[in-house]
Design a protein. Structure first.
Length: 84
């Protein structure tokens, strides 16, 4: 038998088409929300994130070497937030 019966496939496709045609308009339904308005300011954040790279010898890369005395203040949270 060299012919393939495509009738069951067509039946399934037509059923899926009908299901999608019925369910598609229901997807647009939304719930109206009345969210509160806030007068708070946005948080002050650093523009550039702090990135630390250390090689296998536990040293910083040659082009960005800084001493420990410079690194510790940069890692403290109060300095990074811009306070105190």
């Amino acid at each position: 038998m060299s012919e393939i019966n495509v009738t069951p496939m067509v039946d399934v496709m037509l059923v899926l088409l009908i299901i999608f045609m019925i369910s598609a308009p229901l997807l647009d339904v939304g719930v109206p929300l009345d969210l509160p308005q806030s007068q708070a300011k946005s948080l002050d954040q650093d523009k550039e994130p702090l990135t630390i790279s250390v090689n296998l010898q536990a040293r910083f890369p040659a082009n960005t070497q800084i001493g420990v005395e410079e690194l510790i203040p940069k890692l403290q949270p109060s300095r990074r937030r811009g306070g105190e």
